[in-house]
Write a protein that binds this ligand. Sequence first.
Ligand SMILES: *Cc1c(COP(=O)(O)O)cnc(C)c1O
Length: 421
Amino acid sequence: MDEDNEQKIDAAGVKLPIYMDNQATTPLDPRVLEAMMPWLTTKFGNAASRNHSFGWEAERAVDAAREQVAHLIGATAKEIVFTSGATESDNLAIKGIAEMYRERGHHIVTQATEHKAVLDTCKRLERRGCRVTFLPVKADGIVDLDDVRRAIDDKTILVSIMAANNEIGVLQPIREIGQICHERGVLFHTDAVQAVGKVPFHVIDDFVDLASISAHKIYGPKGVGALYVRRRNPRVQLAAEIDGGGHERGMRSGTLNVPGIVGLGKACELAGENLLQEASRTQCLRDRLKAKLEAGLDYVQVNGSMEHRLSGNLNMSFLYVEGESLLMGIDDVAVSSGSACTSATLEPSYVLKALGLGDEVAHSSIRFGLGRFTTEAEVDYVAAKTIQVVRRLRELSPLYEMVKDGVDLSRMEWDKAGTRD
Ligand SMILES: *Cc1c(COP(=O)(O)O)cnc(C)c1O
């Protein structure tokens, strides 16, 4: 590849590789690391040790972090349960409610573009005898509120719908959904991992009963998260998934990850301090990236609502180009493609398919995830590089040539057109 070009741009102040995958994980904020350091070194006490100062100071640190997390989402400290991350929080919320409320009902409502931590948990509960409704989404990625209303019946105990999607950044109307649930006496869980710290999120105003949070999506450490569990109007009860010493009010046993929890608390404090400024800064950068890509390339489309979207997310399909080839072409930029990299078979993303996208369009998509440390120079580099690589790949694409020549590909059968196996 064009190494001279890279060095020139590098000299202009862009360090390579560029990280633009902030929905997968975020770098640790140095201020978070600083807050964690004592708890990784000299202050190593067990927060459950009641007999000495090592334990007491650890417990105080955990309590302070509990306040920080609660403050960010409008909760009280007692409503925060620390976990190993949002996957565990989602499991604890959904399985814990299904078990605790099984006398009342066995029906759960969720939707198609949830994270696997929600979808696969619901599927397991289905095998254990629960009934689960997986609602579709509209072409913009948003659930239809009437579908939510219609799905709730007298056996429904829980609605679980995410606040913001991790692939397309689409924001669901959680306040309206929460209101519907409260009117119907059904509990509302939201996987708020991508929303917390990025958009205003308030458990009272949004009628949320349970909310999952992860530290590593908000510039905190990996392996720690929280579940908000409402204690008033209504008081939510939860069966534990992990039994043992009775930590976290019996809802989640296990010695607390004190440094991780301190990091999560600090990450929440920082996110809350600058939420709106940071959101508008990333939105400017994201819109700059979008404008440049749209100016430099034809046949591109944004996937998911642009209006109801995380400021740091741009999910775009570059038609007549394969996402995987594009990823390889822009190998000094860390982004994700619309092919589920978790599977060896390169299945197109189930989220994009839920929007009604064909396999080809889903495969041609890239998720750009901008964040706190993304710079304008990085955006300009990524835009230029993407445009260059897409143009080069399209020069090799017979389909693109045909489209340019006015052939209507929608009248052709894709699989026989020979671009994919
Ligand atoms: C990352 C993510 C999770 C999983 O969180 P972990 O802390 O990595 O287990 C769950 N839901 C969403 C929407 C996510 O983006």
